[in-house]
Design a protein around this ligand. Structure first.
Ligand SMILES: *Cc1c(COP(=O)(O)O)cnc(C)c1O
Length: 379
């Protein structure tokens, strides 16, 4: 079955009691048993909920995985993966990644003696060099947020397999429409479903997908024991959101491509970061592992002053100045002071994330209106 059909029908069975075509929102905390232990597979809603199950079935299918688990946020899903580890274990993580993941690793998990080594994962040799006998997990993001660096998932997966290390890929930016890390050899895929999967800026949620049954058991145990589960209403929203994922992503890609090229030609723009430029260092890998290049774009202005960047950030009328991404509406963001403020300035600058960098989440509005909006804001 092709992706567009799977996206709409995955996990969706008409409700057995009424025939309702949409999965009902099972707003219940518990389930009645006819005798102790006599139930229909549902005991308590932290462990099982039919709305969540329909969503998890759909999520597994669209990411080409056998299993999926939904969490109350993207960082809760990330947190669950780190809980697979023991004190003393080491993680190799990308040096250019979502600020909230960096904060979780450095400010929470380092206190429990989990060690994180940050490397530029776009060169897989750096990963090879960082491996120690204690390395148990490799955590990558591709394209990265916000610099759109590309890591070769297949190459890193083969390094991980050879060394018996779990590879987890944060696939939030690409979405399952553009890239399927499990197919490329990753062990776990993580998504902030808040972004493209939900797609309508109305829900916070995260998920993990995997193929290995033992890994699924361990992560399910963490999901129910630690309790960061999404409610049924939120599961319904994501379930509804993913039904249009392919149509939305197609338009995000089209609009993204036009705006990236337009920005690149703009006389006031210094540099544009977008995975689809043929002269990018990561282009060959991006082309190999992605089906399109998405609607996330970052850029810097030739005038690097914060004041000039601020004028653009506050000057757009259709692009809203806000954190987050992946919704139908276009957003503009200042990573240094917003999404990535939790990364110390020195670290940020070292990794190429300058004070003046502007990030766009290109929505699915008419692209001519979006370009006109950017034109009047950049001046
Ligand atoms: C937003 C985001 C997260 C965190 O997800 P939440 O749903 O906000 O908890 C993780 N990774 C990436 C790439 C993100 O954009």
């Amino acid at each position: 079955m092709k992706l567009a059909t799977k996206i709409i029908h995955a996990g969706a069975e008409p409700d057995p009691s009424t025939g309702a075509i949409m999965t009902p929102i099972y707003q219940t905390s518990t389930y009645v048993q006819s005798a102790p232990g006599q139930h229909k597979g549902y005991e308590y809603a932290r462990s099982q909920n039919p709305t969540r199950k329909a969503l998890e079935d759909a999520l597994a299918i669209i990411e080409n995985g056998k299993y999926a688990l939904a969490f109350s946020s993207g960082v809760a899903a990330t947190d669950a993966v780190i809980k697979l580890l023991n004190p003393g274990d080491e993680v190799i993580a990308a040096n250019d990644m979502y600020g909230g993941s960096y904060r979780l690793f450095t400010k929470v998990w380092e206190r429990y003696n989990i060690k994180f080594v940050y490397v530029d994962t776009s060169d897989s040799n750096n990963i090879n060099k960082a491996i120690s006998p204690n390395t148990k997990l490799i955590w990558i993001e591709t394209p990265t947020n916000p610099l759109m660096n590309i890591t070769d998932i297949e190459a890193v997966a083969s390094i991980a397999k050879k060394n018996n290390i779990i590879l987890c890929v944060d696939n939030t930016f690409a979405s399952p429409y553009l890239q399927n890390p499990l197919t490329l050899g990753a062990d776990i895929v993580m998504h902030s479903a808040t972004k493209y999967l939900g797609g309508h800026s109305d829900v916070i949620q995260g998920c993990l997908m995997m193929n290995d049954a033992t890994l699924r058991e361990k992560l399910y145990f963490i999901q129910k024991s630690c309790g960061a589960v999404p409610g049924p209403q939120d599961c319904f929203l994501v379930l509804r959101g993913i039904k249009t994922l392919h149509v939305r992503m197609q338009r995000h890609c089209e609009n993204g491509e036009k705006i990236a090229h337009w920005l690149r030609k703009h006389p006031k723009v210094a540099r544009v970061y977008w995975p689809g430029f043929e002269d990018n260092a990561g282009f060959a890998v991006a082309k190999k592992q992605m089906r399109g290049f998405g609607g996330m774009i970052s850029f810097t202005l030739k005038d690097e002053s914060i004041d000039t960047a601020n004028k653009v950030l506050s000057g757009t009328k259709i692009f809203s100045l806000a954190e987050s991404l992946g919704g139908v509406e276009s957003l503009i963001n200042h990573p240094a002071s917003m999404t990535h403020a939790s990364i110390p300035r020195e670290e940020r600058i070292k990794n190429g994330l300058s004070d003046g960098l502007i990030r766009l989440s290109v929505g699915i509005e008419d692209v001519d209106d979006l370009i006109e909006d950017l034109q009047q804001a950049i001046g």
